[in-house]
Design a protein around this ligand. Structure first.
Ligand SMILES: NC(=O)c1ccc[n+]([C@@H]2O[C@H](COP(=O)([O-])OP(=O)(O)OC[C@H]3O[C@@H](n4cnc5c(N)ncnc54)[C@H](OP(=O)(O)O)[C@@H]3O)[C@@H](O)[C@H]2O)c1
Length: 343
């Protein structure tokens, strides 16, 4: 079978390798991958910015969908032909996060989905939403689940993804990448208002068409936290923070007193100073998000089916054009998700 691998860091070094088809052991399944979707993490992984100690030869990409091609002994919940998606974390099945559950992440600790056949744990494979294409299903494991966790995973003890936002809340979403557009869709489905920032007026117009209520160009309005406060009558209840160090200060200024910042990304920097006084004086909760569990992924699938909404795919690339797809994503031209079909 064919697999894209990382023999050395750099998108230009991605290599198409011949690998033996995997055989499932007890409790494992082999998935014939039909589509993989890209996340910013995959770019960082391939470029050596995520894990400098990554094992060379790793197959990239956490996200993929396909059909079950073979099952190992003891597998009872899946059968050959089932349309499925793999969970980002193969070992975080349920309950609160801990350090052992986050070992075994696809496309990092273990081989990912940018290959024709993937060996996965039965317990960490979820049936794809009914009626969805493989490309659509492949967008859920990382970006969508992260957005879902940010919006709905906030209350301990309220099930795998207890509600963190309520209908009528205002959510601030930064940019128009994969996580952010899912956050927009999920927030609208939950009856929330959404303020969205982007560097592009064209993308803001698109976001409006998908339901964004308030629009701010963060390039032409560098002090975007001010209109964000005005548009939300005193500050959003929740900020979906994907910029990281470069945006956190303004997110702290924007969010309402008593509000929450879901800290997700590092698009605008990793390290920086934090206004600790504002955090404590205004009782702001900063909640670190690390994707989500298999149980949350199952709940996300149910939520997407119930809301009838579909992922927004900007562009699909063929398997042979994996490097081109990564460079396209790196350019930041996309709105929503970038998918690679696996033939
Ligand atoms: N913690 C987790 O579990 C988790 C899970 C998934 C992703 N992440 C992280 O979340 C971030 C987003 O991931 P992704 O896959 O959605 O990335 P992506 O699709 O590549 O998002 C890129 C978009 O982000 C926007 N952006 C860039 N810099 C920005 C800034 N300074 N302010 C506001 N928006 C900015 C831009 O939108 P415009 O073009 O509209 O300006 C850009 O097109 C990454 O840092 C990723 O590592 C973390």
């Amino acid at each position: 079978m064919k697999a894209w691998t990382i023999p050395q860091f750099g998108i230009e070094h991605l290599a198409l390798a011949d690998r033996p088809e995997p055989t499932p052991g007890p409790g494992q399944v082999v998935v014939r991958v039909r589509a993989a979707s890209l996340n910013f993490r995959d770019l960082m992984m391939v470029q050596g910015h995520y894990d400098p100690r990554l094992v060379m030869g790793r197959v990239p990409c956490s996200d993929g969908a396909g059909e079950v091609a073979a099952i190992g002994s003891g597998v009872t919940t899946l059968k050959v032909g089932d349309r499925v998606i793999g969970s980002f974390f193969q070992n975080w099945l349920d309950g609160p996060i801990n350090s052992s559950k986050t070992r075994g992440a696809l496309g990092g600790d273990v081989d990912g989905m940018l290959q024709q056949f993937a060996l996965l744990s039965e317990a960490a494979v979820v049936k794809a939403p009914a009626g969805w294409s493989f490309a659509q299903a492949a967008t859920l494991p990382c970006a969508a689940l992260t957005a879902f966790n940010a919006l709905h995973g906030g209350l301990p003890g309220a099930g795998p993804a207890g509600a963190a936002i309520a209908p009528g809340d205002t959510i601030l979403v930064q940019g128009t990448g994969g996580v952010s557009i899912f956050a927009l869709q999920l927030a609208k489905a939950a009856g929330a208002r959404v303020i969205l920032t982007s560097s592009s007026d064209d993308k803001l117009a698109k976001a409006k068409a998908f339901g964004a209520d308030g629009l701010i160009n963060y390039k032409s309005t560098p002090d975007w936290h001010k209109p964000a406060r005005d548009l939300s009558g005193g500050g959003p209840d929740l900020v979906v923070e994907v910029g990281g160090a470069g945006t956190l200060g303004k997110s702290i200024s924007a969010v309402r007193t008593g509000g929450t910042i879901a800290l997700i990304g590092v698009l605008a920097g990793i390290k920086g100073e934090v206004d600790t006084v504002s955090l404590l004086m205004r009782s702001i909760t900063v909640r670190g998000i690390n994707v989500g569990s298999v149980a949350m992924l199952r709940q996300l699938v149910r939520a997407m089916e119930a809301s009838n909404s579909r992922p927004i795919i900007d562009r699909e690339f063929p398997f042979s054009a994996a490097s081109e797809a990564m460079n396209y994503m790196k350019s930041g031209a996309h709105f929503g998700k970038v998918v690679i079909t696996v033939d």
